[in-house]
Design a protein around this ligand. Structure first.
Ligand code: NAD
Ligand code: TYD
Length: 351
């Protein structure tokens, strides 16, 4: 497989996948297809932007004609589909944007792959990157999400991702499209947009701003370092079984409030502030509507069948993440000021 399109490659996880593939597989041509919404940032791809096997295409997956045209022009043989609207809070205020990109956009890509590959599926692969949120929430502390757990999405975001997963499976069952799906737990790490919990808290601690904890902070999330997710994506893309699903996670559950306390401790140390300074910024705010109580992934299948393992302990990954934000203050400031959107104009003018 030589020509691979990665959708959403200017976003958080996508940029780590693009970096891994461009550097690890010089024999592949990597096409980063991204609409550069508020979440897309070409600064995330700056280090690979000059590589001879890297290409950027600004395109919107909701535009079916354009997606068809791009498949015909570039003859993609592999698809890694990450482009999505990804923030639960935004899905609560604007559910339709999530239907358009996550459902319609995914079906446009499936249709284009089906049309262009035209039954010649040898050496082709359509890989859909999804979330554990499709399984709903857990109440019993003994329970984990398995690949066989029935879907029970509870937010507009997770409902749209569940729907896109169903379409991917339907295209495999109905047309034989060579698909594979993974459902991953919450990611954290460098390049994470500061609307999500961990980068938002880091940003606010740096600037002495309140740390908004939803409800009582009792909700539990299962955190995985983004580079470990990218490594899992590489493994599944190459070795995953066609038509199959794999859950990805690091068996690493944290109550939000405990995680925020840990971040405060790490940041106080790094910033040379007296212990306890940042915890004073914690502010309990109105809970998110329909806030899922607990996510927890059972990742035994991918570990046993494909031999993938997370490489980092959480405390180590969190420290690396904090260090990245402290040394990349420019990135953070540009993202929070909106200046990052100038990158497209500067780097790709006239192309
Ligand atoms: P992100 O919001 O950081 O990035 C999304 C990217 O998709 C951006 O670059 C954006 O410009 C692009 N995009 C959005 N709409 C588009 C469109 N219509 N056409 C083309 N490009 C478009 O998201 P992320 O956190 O990196 O998540 C990537 C994928 O992984 C998503 O599918 C998400 O559901 C899934 N996922 C995320 C997590 C997580 O913790 N962040 C966990 C599991 C799965
Ligand atoms: P988030 O990073 O939005 O990921 P998701 O909702 O997809 O799991 O939120 C992680 C957890 O943190 C979730 O339980 C909501 C909570 N949260 C806060 O308490 N305060 C915040 O400001 C944000 C953004 C999230």
């Amino acid at each position: 497989m030589k020509k691979i399109v990665i959708t959403g490659g200017a976003g958080f996880i996508g940029s780590h996948v693009v970096r891994l593939f461009v550097n690890k597989y010089p024999e592949y041509q990597i096409y980063n297809l991204d609409a550069l919404t508020y979440a897309g940032n070409l600064a995330n791809n700056e280090d690979v932007s000059k590589a001879s096997n890297y290409h950027f295409i600004k395109a919107d997956i909701t535009d079916a004609e354009e997606i068809d045209r791009l498949f015909a022009e570039h003859k993609f043989e592999g698809v890694l589909h990450l482009a999505a609207e990804s923030h639960v809070d935004r899905s609560i205020t604007d559910p339709l944007a999530f239907v358009k990109t996550n459902v319609l956009g995914t079906v446009n890509l499936l249709q284009a792959a089906k049309r262009y590959w035209n039954g010649q599926f040898e050496g082709k692969r359509f890989y859909h990157i999804s979330t554990d949120e499709v399984y709903g929430e857990l109440h019993n502390p003994e329970e984990f999400f398995l690949e066989t757990t029935p879907y029970d999405p509870r937010s507009p975001y997770s409902a749209s991702k569940a729907s896109s997963d169903h379409f991917v499976r339907a295209f495999h069952e109905t047309y034989g499209l060579p698909t594979v799906i993974t459902n991953c737990s919450n990611n954290y790490g460098p390049n994470h947009f500061p609307e999500k919990l961990i980068p938002l808290m880091i940003h606010n601690i740096m600037h002495n701003k309140p740390l908004p904890v939803y409800g009582k902070g009792e909700n539990v999330r299962d955190w995985l370092f983004v580079i470990d997710h990218a490594r899992a994506i590489d493994t599944v893309f190459h070795d995953g079984k066609i038509g199959d699903t794999y859950n990805i996670g690091g068996f690493n559950e944290w109550k939000n409030i405990d995680l925020v306390h840990l971040l405060c401790k790490i940041m106080d140390e790094k910033l040379g502030r007296p212990t306890g300074t940042s915890t004073q910024l914690i502010t309990y705010v109105t809970d998110r509507a329909g806030h899922d109580l607990r996510y927890a992934i059972d990742a035994n299948k991918i570990m046993k069948e494909l031999g993938w393992q997370p490489s980092l302990q959480f405390e180590e990954g969190l420290e690396k993440t904090v260090d990245w934000y402290l040394t990349n203050e420019k990135w953070l400031n540009e993202v929070t000021s909106g200046d990052y959107q100038k990158y497209y104009t500067n780097m790709y003018q006239g192309r």
